[in-house]
Design a protein around this ligand. Structure first.
Ligand code: TYD
Ligand code: MG
Length: 455
């Protein structure tokens, strides 16, 4: 009689385990995420108590404080997000929705890295497909080796054998090990494979780039566990229909998480965008109502973005509110402030809001530009195109201070704006040193008169 298979139920979201099926994960609270997984594990060898190896407890003083060496990725935006380059032996996860350009990004990186040996393992595409993409990118690199493989054991064997300077695995969800019998992509498999690759990375001091899929709701597919294991989590995001892609650090053991890299997807792959503000704003909307430019901050980078609003009388009973790239609840809040604190009648209007370029913005500093665009569309009066805005709007209609104001002003000045509206800040910043006119505003109702082009 065959021995009974040992099984366990594992949450596909957070990796919690339970001996029996449960509807709602007690650990992460998600519903219907438990799936039965077969566990066939070799018995762990008993722990041997020996001090044979040279890994000893040390005082911090004894640890040499050499600077972590970094591998230059030959890609300024990627270097920036990583905190200055790849750290040997580190494991970086790049997550993103299908089709966003993850494979393109890593392939470009692999083909651009000169003088380094690279092993690019793909479980998703055949080598022919990769070749077609490389031809499209018009790049070649004779030190780059490709392997179409999904077995963890084979991948590690090839990598040990070859000793690359960088290992790329596209994607971790396709890799599986024989040790566990559950299907590829399940939490058990992902955890096991990532841990094995991590062990290899640390032992051989090989940096590893893992690609991970993202579920529809924006989480890294299944494995929250993955985020804990790897050193760095980068998220690649953007709207498929638009060309801009933002690479954001969500976690970084070797750098800051407020950096972000901006790319543009074109015919020849991803292009680094070092001057995003110039691309995101169009200057030819002269005379059109409903657009306002915000001096915003993404991470630590100043970014000028164009807000577009359309306000029209609701054709059917309930007015519609819709927004792209901006939080809908925040839009509703701003509309309520305009209605209640400044007396604008917007309750019966449809309001559509769009952030140009398909980027998503979290910065509350764009509030002022959002209400400006809404009022501009509502009155059908255009905003002078040399104006720019930065400020958060509070519930009582006050315009609140925002972070990195000097950077915002400087960026607006750099791009040739002539006047910027900012929150009232008193004399904290020396405003005289700017060529751009800086106007401080305190409340929503006092400010809007100044922004429209006189008819
Ligand atoms: P891909 O990198 O395969 O995305 P992912 O690995 O994240 O699923 O490709 C993303 C899309 O980019 C694909 O639909 C085709 C497009 N693309 C370009 O527009 N230009 C290019 O040069 C390349 C290589 C791809
Ligand atoms: Mg891919």
């Amino acid at each position: 009689m065959a021995p009974k298979l040992k099984t366990t139920f594992a949450c596909q979201n957070c990796g919690a385990q339970s001996p029996k099926w449960v509807g709602r994960c007690p650990s992460c609270g998600e519903w219907n995420t438990y799936i039965e997984e077969v566990l066939v594990r070799e018995k762990p060898q008993s722990v041997v108590l020996s001090l044979g190896n040279n890994n000893q407890p040390k005082r911090l003083q004894e640890v040499s404080d050499e600077k972590t060496e970094r591998i230059d990725t030959c890609n300024q935006e990627l270097n920036r997000v990583l905190g200055g380059g790849l750290v040997p032996g580190s494991m970086v996860l790049i997550g993103g929705e299908p089709g966003i350009g993850k494979s393109t990004l890593v392939l470009q990186l692999a083909l651009d890295l000169r003088g380094k040996k690279i092993l690019y393992v793909s479980g998703e595409e055949s080598i022919q497909q990769i070749k077609i993409r490389a031809r499209r990118l018009q790049k070649e690199n004779e030190n780059c080796f490709f392997l179409s493989e999904t077995s963890l054991e084979n991948i590690l064997a090839h990598s040990r054998n070859m000793g690359p300077d960088l290992l790329i695995v596209d994607s971790i969800q396709t890799v599986s090990t024989e040790v566990i019998e559950s299907t590829p992509g399940s939490v058990g498999q992902i955890r096991e494979c990532t841990n094995a690759i991590l062990k290899y990375a640390k032992e051989d001091r090989v940096p590893v780039l893992l690609i991970g899929h993202i579920t529809k709701d924006g989480n890294l597919a299944g494995p929250k566990v993955l985020e804990h294991i790897v050193d760095t989590v980068l998220q690649f995001e953007g709207e498929n229909q638009y060309m801009y892609r933002i690479l954001r650090a969500i976690k970084n053991r070797f750098g800051s998480t407020s950096e972000l890299g901006i790319f543009e997807m074109g015919n020849l792959g991803l292009r680094e965008v070092s001057n995003p503000s110039e691309l995101l704003i169009s200057r030819d909307h002269d005379g059109l109502s409903g657009t306002a430019v915000s001096a915003s901050i993404e991470g630590v980078r100043p970014l000028l973005i164009e807000i577009q609003a359309l306000v029209s009388t609701a054709a059917y009973g309930t007015p519609q509110r819709s927004s792209t790239g901006f939080d809908l609840r925040r839009l509703n809040m701003l509309l309520a402030v305009l209605e209640k604190r400044a007396g604008f009648k917007l309750a019966t209007k449809d309001v559509f809001l769009n952030i140009a370029g398909g980027i998503k913005v979290d910065d509350p500093g764009i509030d002022l530009a959002v209400i400006s665009a809404i009022l501009s569309s509502n009155f059908d009066r255009s905003i002078a195109k040399h104006l720019c805005f930065a400020g958060e709007v509070g519930l009582s209609g006050e315009i609140r201070p925002v972070n990195r104001l000097e950077q915002r002003i400087a960026e607006a000045e750099k791009l040739g704006f002539e006047q910027i509206f900012i929150p009232r800040i008193g004399s904290k910043i020396n405003l005289k040193r700017y060529n751009i006119a800086v106007e401080q505003v305190g409340r929503v109702d006092e400010f809007f008169r100044k922004i429209f082009v006189q008819k």
